[in-house]
Write a protein that binds this ligand. Sequence first.
Ligand code: FAD
Ligand code: NAP
Length: 313
Amino acid sequence: MAETRHTKVLIIGSGPAGYTAGVYAARAMLSPILVQGIEPGGQLTTTTEVENYPSFVEVQGPELMMKMEEHARAMGTEVIGDIITDLDTSTRPFIAKSDSGTVYTADAVILATGARAKWLGLESEEAFKGFGVSACATCDGFFYRGQEIVVVGGGNTAVEEALFLTNFASKVTLIHRRDELRAEKILQDRLMKNEKIETLWFHELEEVVGDDNPKGVTGVKVKHTQTGEISEVPCKGVFIAIGHAPANELVKDVLELHNGGYVQVTPGTTETSIPGIFAAGDLTDHKYRQAVTSAGMGCMAALDAERFLAEQE
Ligand code: FAD
Ligand code: NAP
């Protein structure tokens, strides 16, 4: 029979927002339960050096997230490896069903489900996912030692991935649809100085081309965004780095959203349109999307939840 666990505060997500909420909620003696989801540690576990989290000049993303988990646990947060599959916000306490079968009931919920990589939506991209097409250089870069690789995108992620992939690849081509990058200046400088990287401005990926037996990528067809001219770039790996979309599946039909899917909160707070449900981190933030801002919002969410619960009593 399915187990039911009750908690005052259920934290959904184990990125910087979730773990920081755990630290604060535990220190407020709320005995929170934190459910980690499919990606324990969140997005930073898919990167290498993090150079802008205060107190670390440089730290590996997975190491930073392990430290955050340790911190949340040490303060008294119960961290559980499970995935929330359904959240019923119409009853009190709230009811969250999970992949393991455990049902969590909670007086307050902190949503910290973050964001997930976006894909271009091409048929050929889908066909070669896992066979040359990836959205995570740290996970898959190693497979392309001595090979040519393309990276699609022009933000921080694309530039960082291109730089990281030069550790393995013989050549990296960055394909960007404009002639200006969104990435921070310091990353742009590193990109321009790296002799292994070529940038293909004003180009979009049209099709991933490959073989079936053995299944693998042999190149990409790209289109010039101004002239429409099609050309082909040979490569063995294709890394899509065109941004992230908020992971709002649990609440997209019940909470107010903004900017195409981010959970709306009352400005200056983490209160959503349902009292008792709080949201923090990339799930609610289309603008800053940083580890430190997510952690800050996690703190706010725990303090907001504490106040909400005190008022209920
Ligand atoms: P996330 O880190 O996205 O974590 C979301 C969590 O929610 C995950 O643990 C997931 O498992 C969980 N979850 C989702 N759905 C469910 C569910 N149904 N049930 C239970 N759990 C669920 N920022 C910086 O400040 N510095 C950097 O150097 C930097 N580098 C980056 C490099 C890369 C490649 C990427 C992709 C991002 C980078 N960022 C960086 C951005 C930073 O990672 C994010 O801003 C931050 O991780 C957001 O934290 P979060 O807690 O909101 O969510
Ligand atoms: P992003 O900043 O949203 O950039 C996405 C890039 O992909 C843009 O250059 C965009 O082009 C391009 N793009 C989007 N859709 C496309 C499509 N359909 N076809 C072709 N190109 C497309 O996303 P991100 O780089 O993943 O960064 C997300 C957040 O995480 C940001 O806030 C970023 O600062 C943060 N982050 C921080 C660090 C760091 O601090 N070191 C590292 C990684 C990420 P246009 O420019 O033309 O719109």
